[in-house]
Ligand binder design. Sequence first.
Ligand code: FES
Length: 176
Amino acid sequence: MKTLEEIHKIRKEKREELDLRVNTKADVREKHILVCHGTGCTSSKSPEILENFRKILKEKNIENVRVIKTGCFGLCAKGPIVIIRPEDTFYANVTPEDCKEIIESHIVEGKIVERLLCKDIDGTKVKSLDELNFYKKQKRIALKNCGVINPEDIDEYIAFDGYKALEKVLKEMSRR
Ligand code: FES
C-alpha cells in the first residue's frame, strides 16, 4: 500500500464487505461468527472455540459463514463471548463443546440457542450486547471498533476509518 487511492479502495471495498458487522439490516449474503480473543476469553479456551467452529463448518460443508477473531468486548466475566452478526446474537460463557449446537441450531436452522444467551444482573436473558444494562450507559469512543473488527487484519482497520488522521495530514496540512 503506497498511495491514498489504494487506502480509499481498500476502505470502500472492505467496508461494503463488512457492513453486516455494524448494520443489523445488512443485505445478508453471509454470517460472521465473532469469537473474542481478548486475554480473558483466550484463557478460557476461545482459540479452541474458533478452531471448532471452523472445523464443524468445513465438515458440514457450510459456506457463507466466516469465523472472526476479535478483541475484548469489555465483559470478560461472561467469556468466552461469541457474537453472531448481522443479527447480533450474544452468547456468553461458551465452551468448545457448544460450537456444534450453535452451528446446527443457529446457523443451519436459524434458531437461537437460548441456554447460551447472556443473563443480565437481574437474571433476564438478553439477545444482544446493546440490551445489556452494563452497556446501555456506555458510549465507547476509542474502543468503539473493539469486538467488531479483527485486530490482526489491517484492511479491517482501514475499512473502519483507520489512517483517516494520516490522510488529513497529507492532504490538508502544510509543513509549517
Ligand atoms: S477477553 Fe473476552 S470479553 Fe474481555
